[in-house]
Design a protein around this ligand. Structure first.
Ligand SMILES: [Zn+2]
Length: 254
């Protein structure tokens, strides 16, 4: 029987296991307010979740306890990186075949069980994927991306997030190259912070990356989505970070 329609797991006080360490630098010099960016993303989020609900694909079915366990370990580590008033992270599970994992600036992290099954993700890899998505929220990547897009638009007129996306659509070919550099940068940054957060939560860094290595070895080096850098580049960057992540694993358990 299908479990809860929406799996929203909040930290239970007293469940903290890992030693909490702050590793995130606050983002500075960003355009727009975080509230405006969150507000702009609401319509997309609503459409995605309403669609999943209408198709009977909202909620966990097969991986409820694994996801709950991983999320419970990650959440205190993620929360410790946040300042007062920052978005509260929540996990939403779907069984949509076209969704892998994504996050919204309001702190909603979405993962599909179809993706978990297809890639045979065990706990350390689930931790990496969820921490990667949480890293996008912590680092305000949507706001960073909008700030970069805004810089590419010549007019100095006041712009809303919607104006910037509209401009991006109209001038896609002019802006796409420059923006792919930004997209790749934020993905590599989320990979790096995700690896470290999951290590602090107690997941061995090498074990987190097994599914990325497997897909590269199988020749499916294609990344999760087209806006991501290719798998060999991601693994090269992550490999260079393994010594630090191993140290954080130890620190988190002290
Ligand atoms: Zn990402």
């Amino acid at each position: 029987m299908r479990c809860l329609a929406v799996l929203i797991l909040l930290l239970a006080h007293g469940a903290v296991q890992a030693r909490l360490v702050s590793i995130v630098e606050p983002s500075r010099g960003l355009a727009f307010t975080q509230a405006a960016v969150i507000d702009h993303a609401q319509a997309n989020q609503k459409a995605l979740l309403d669609g999943a609900r209408a198709r009977g694909r909202l909620g966990c079915a097969a991986y409820c306890s694994q996801l709950a366990q991983v999320w419970r370990k990650l959440l205190p580590v993620i929360r410790f990186q946040q300042t007062r008033g920052a978005p509260v992270l929540r996990l939403v599970v779907v069984t949509e075949p076209d969704i892998q994992a994504l996050s919204f600036p309001d702190g909603t992290v979405v993962i599909s069980e179809v993706f978990i099954r297809r890639l045979q993700l065990a706990a350390p890899q689930l931790a990496f994927v969820l921490a990667h998505e949480a890293a996008h929220v912590l680092l305000q990547h949507e706001r960073q991306t909008l700030t970069s897009m805004l810089a590419l638009i010549p007019s100095r007129a006041q712009r809303t997030p919607q104006d910037v996306y509209t401009e991006m659509e109209f001038n896609y070919f002019a802006m796409a190259d420059a923006m792919s550099v930004v997209f790749h940068h934020v993905e590599l940054e989320a990979d790096e912070l995700g690896l470290q957060l999951a290590a602090l939560a107690g997941y061995a860094p090498q074990a987190q990356l097994v599914f990325l290595e497997r897909s590269l070895a199988q020749g499916s080096g294609q990344s999760m989505v087209s806006t991501h850098p290719d798998m060999s580049q991601r693994l090269r960057k992550l490999g260079a970070l393994l010594p630090l992540a191993r140290r954080l694993l130890v620190v988190g358990q002290q």
